[in-house]
Design a binder for this molecule. Structure first.
Ligand SMILES: Nc1ncnc2c1ncn2[C@@H]1O[C@H](COP(=O)(O)OP(=O)(O)OP(=O)(O)O)[C@@H](O)[C@H]1O
Ligand SMILES: [Mg+2]
Length: 337
């Protein structure tokens, strides 16, 4: 028997209404389509990497799942509940099962609270009956797990380094034993030398605790080793979704290939010989995304069909929303005028 997905998202959409431009009475409010119909499943204990350029809708997608922005479509939790459109009161139950870790470690911690109070906060919110001693025991245990010294419990966030602050954020997320932790660029603000430590910690905790992780990043290299599967987003849409191994070894979507070509290769010889796939033009505005395939205006392979029909993601293990998927040929790499 196959396990039930932890989350099954179908046609998830988020649009923001922006004020009308100009003061004319017929000026209408404008819609910004931040997430334009996203489908994915997440299995219990699985790590899903979500990658895409700035503005592709990664954070908005994450926020929609926990009810921080209004969305349409479905996100069915394991117990059959649709998380989209839940009232704040009903969402509270799921907020302890779905926790978030944010990009800027220091800014996401209340400077006036001690580390002990910060880590304990979700616990006291979601388990009101716990005694003070029990809370303290759990907080110290969690500090130990994430590599903080339990005797630092009365210190304040500013006394810690960026990497340590992110460990505090992780402890705060894990203290309520969630089933899913959404990490929104958890290492982007950290020194490269510290990034690997935090990623390894998340990887280790994920395996020990059987958590599912959604790990958001700009860069495909960051999520490579931690992800079971990777979802590539562009302008609010899924371009490609596949097992990590398959996505890196045989990327099918031209956008994924372009992103991968920008990842440095550690071998200097290979790095020198590799071909960068240039993306032509600018990222289109999410106020007026291109018709058909949203990537077509920058795609070296775009044809008339790409403008008239939106490619479906399809079904199977390796999903690609492209009319003409497959490895780009050398002649396609030269930018067309
Ligand atoms: N509250 C909001 N109101 C209006 N527009 C928003 C809001 N939040 C996000 N957006 C817009 O939605 C789009 C997607 O933004 P989002 O922050 O989800 O992207 P992202 O992929 O997380 O980018 P980054 O990598 O920079 O974090 C952007 O065009 C952004 O300007
Ligand atoms: Mg973001």
């Amino acid at each position: 028997m196959t396990a039930k997905p932890l989350i099954q998202a179908r046609d998830l959409r988020v649009s923001f209404q922006l004020p009308a431009q100009g003061a004319l009475p017929w000026a209408r409010p404008r819609l910004l389509h931040a997430v334009g119909g996203v489908d994915f499943t997440l299995m219990p204990g699985e790590t899903l990497g979500i990658v895409g350029e700035s503005g592709s809708g990664k954070s908005t997608l994450a926020r929609a799942l926990i009810g921080l922005v209004p969305a349409t479509g479905q996100a069915i939790w394991q117990d059959g509940t649709d998380l989209i459109g839940l009232s704040a009161r009903r969402m509270l139950k799921y907020r302890s099962q779905i926790q978030m870790v944010f990009q800027d470690p220091l800014a996401s911690l209340n400077p006036r609270m001690t580390v002990g109070q910060i880590i304990a906060e979700p616990l006291t919110t979601h388990h009101k009956g716990l005694g003070r001693d029990e809370v303290k025991v759990r907080v110290k245990d969690m500090m130990d797990r994430v590599g903080l010294l339990p005797n630092q419990i009365n210190r304040y966030p500013h006394e810690f380094s960026g990497g340590q602050c992110q460990r505090i954020g992780i402890a705060r997320a894990l203290i309520v034993q969630p089933k899913l932790v959404i990490c929104d660029e958890p290492v982007s603000a950290l020194d490269v030398s510290i990034q690997a430590q935090v990623i390894n910690l998340l990887d280790e905790l994920q395996r020990d605790l059987g958590l599912a992780l959604i790990f958001i990043a700009h860069d495909l290299s960051v999520v490579k080793h931690i992800s079971d599967r990777v979802l590539v987003m562009y302008l609010g849409r899924v371009m490609e979704l596949a097992e990590s191994q398959a996505l890196y070894a045989e990327p099918r979507h031209p956008y994924t290939q372009a992103l991968l070509s920008a990842v440095p290769i550690p071998d200097p010889q290979l790095e020198r010989d590799k071909r960068m796939i240039p993306l032509r033009g600018e990222l289109p505005s999410p106020m007026s995304p291109p018709s058909g395939c949203v990537f077509r205006t920058r795609c070296p392979r775009a044809e008339a069909l790409c403008a008239s029909e939106r490619p479906a993601l399809g079904s199977g293990a390796h999903l690609t929303a492209c009319h003409f998927p497959g490895a780009l040929r050398p002649e396609e790499l030269a930018i067309k005028a």
